[in-house]
Design a protein around this ligand. Structure first.
Ligand code: GTB
Length: 231
């Protein structure tokens, strides 16, 4: 059965792949599974039809027959459990890969999200100047710990796994901030993830969605109108 996921009709990240449907697309691509996408506007997220699928009114969701899932960790785990290539066969190695998935979502992502909040939503608050360096430091501490564990390995624990998929997805959120540049092995780790053909397909698919939903800028429209297509 082909699953359907949900994604933003018009992602606020401008097609950079930072919204969380990209993780799910990536997992499906790694597993070699086809999928369909239902696009939602922001108001539609909070309408009863979507709230019946996702109690918090967010994307992504995952529907497969009678099964409805929310939370990217749970969705990626579900995909990884049912299809090869994302979790090792060996029981202990599998448990460790799952631990990395939880570490990405529960230990590394929270300070990164906090930094996003401090930078984007709290920048005009009088206390932001004092708070921001504290939040940045919390992110650096986590990255330093992760960097020490990764060392010069390609992936966190042996072969690429859903643990790496989740961790790299989380790290991609702070790539634009420049903080990652202070940790060359983590930057290289993220680049290895981005270089995977499955990630590239996932990225391309979400970008195509963004571009399709984007109204052409006036100059672009003029250009296209006069030349009939390709700029
Ligand atoms: N813990 C949940 C999960 O992992 O599935 C979190 C899901 C979540 O945060 N979804 C966000 C959402 O639906 C989209 S991904 N938000 C709408 C709402 O809550 O009303 C988060 C996100 C949004 C935008 C960017 N961006 O523009 O760069 C990046 C990430």
């Amino acid at each position: 059965m082909i699953p359907t996921i949900t994604a933003f009709e018009h992602s606020p990240d401008g097609g950079k792949g930072l919204a969380r449907d990209t993780r799910v697309r990536w997992a499906l691509e790694e597993a070699g599974r086809p999928y369909e996408v239902r696009l939602l506007s922001f108001p539609a997220l909070k309408e009863p039809a979507h709230l019946a699928l996702h109690p918090f009114g967010q994307i992504p969701t995952y529907e497969e027959g009678d099964l409805v899932l929310f939370e990217t960790g749970a969705i990626v785990f579900h995909i990884a459990e049912r299809h090869a290539r994302l979790l090792p066969e060996d029981a202990n190695a599998r448990a460790r890969a799952i631990a990395w998935m939880f570490a990405a979502a529960n230990t590394v992502e929270p300070p990164i999200l906090e930094l996003g909040t401090a930078r984007l939503l709290e920048h005009d608050k009088p206390w932001n100047k004092e708070r921001l360096p504290l939040v940045e430091e919390r992110v650096r501490v986590r990255l330093k710990q992760l960097s020490a564990r990764l060392g010069d390995a390609d992936w966190l624990d042996g072969a690429f796994s859903a643990g790496d998929l989740m961790m790299i997805s989380v790290l991609l959120r702070i790539k634009p901030s420049g903080i990652l540049d202070g940790f060359p092995n983590l930057s290289a780790y993220v680049a290895r993830g981005e270089a995977r053909p499955a990630y590239k397909r996932a990225y391309k698919a979400q970008l195509a969605t963004y571009n399709a939903s984007r109204p052409a800028a006036p100059v672009e429209r003029l250009h296209n109108d006069s030349h009939g297509g390709e700029p």
